[in-house]
Design a protein. Structure first.
Length: 277
């Protein structure tokens, strides 16, 4: 699944092609994906100008004066900017067609597994951060509100493993499975440790690791996940730098101990028993 860095890479790739552009039409080739496409979306957006793009957790936001288009890439989705007359492939489910200097362009959503989403939040429906999918999200890990102190306070009394604590999304958003594994390794914390047993100093180190690793992943275009492709058609280059993720049985880059793989909450966790205590 595309995680925060992949969605941010997508946002940065999309922004120059959509910001300031006027929507010509909306093309939906099925009734919906994870949820139905908003009814009458073509009438809602045709003739309207994109004012800005944004991101909240793993949700891509395309802003208009009268509301926000909310896009989630699901398990296998990606967005491409293409000439509007580009031939449609199987699993090309949605186009936002925009006027361009050199002709119409389509922001096209390709989603083989159909777990993605395209939703509309009108300004008349209230503040965007109160949308049902956004209102329970925690702080952004690359913004000022995120810190070791925040993690320490929120973890008091919690017996769940620290990795599950990070993945919950209610304290900090966007630290998905890959980057949680990598950040815990960088901080030297065993992913099985109860969140409430970790002290402030170790959370300071973990918060710094999360910030650094997510920022590095964005710079490198995200990870080369099974299905993720950036807007320009290229895959990310962060994967070769993994220390633990998807390296079960391979010697640790630090100490040589074979990386161990376990299941936590139906997801694979990778860690070094020697380096992570």
């Amino acid at each position: 699944m595309p995680e925060l860095p992949e969605v941010e890479v997508t946002r940065r790739g999309v922004a120059p092609h959509v910001e300031g552009r006027v929507v010509e039409t909306v093309l939906a080739r099925r009734a919906g994906l994870r949820w139905p496409f908003p009814p009458g979306l073509d009438a809602i957006l045709a003739g309207r100008r994109v004012t800005h793009t944004g991101r909240r957790g793993k949700y891509l936001l395309i802003g208009f004066e009268h509301g926000t288009l909310i896009i989630h890439l699901g398990m296998s989705g990606h967005l491409r900017v293409l000439p509007a007359d580009t031939a449609v492939r199987t699993h090309d489910h949605f186009d936002l067609v925009l006027a361009g200097d050199a002709g119409s362009q389509a922001l096209r959503l390709h989603d083989p597994r159909r777990f993605g989403a395209v939703l509309w939040h009108a300004n008349d429906d209230g503040e965007l951060d109160q949308h049902v999918l956004l209102r329970g999200l925690g702080v952004e890990p690359l913004e000022d509100g995120f810190s070791g102190a925040l993690l320490f306070r929120a973890s008091r009394g919690r017996s769940a493993p620290v990795k599950q604590f990070l993945l919950g999304g209610d304290i900090v958003v966007g630290v998905g499975n890959i980057y949680a594994c990598e950040s815990l390794f960088a901080a030297g914390i065993n992913p099985k440790t109860a969140a409430g047993r970790i002290g402030r100093a170790r959370y300071d180190k973990l918060a710094a690791a999360i910030r650094r690793i997510l920022a590095e992943a964005i710079v490198q275009g995200g990870s080369t996940l099974r299905d993720f492709i950036a807007v320009n058609g290229q895959s990310g280059y962060f994967q070769p730098t993994y220390f633990v993720y998807d390296r079960a049985g391979v010697p640790c880059r630090n100490c040589g101990t074979p990386i161990r793989q376990i299941k936590q909450g139906q997801r694979s966790t990778f860690y070094c028993v020697q380096c992570q205590k």
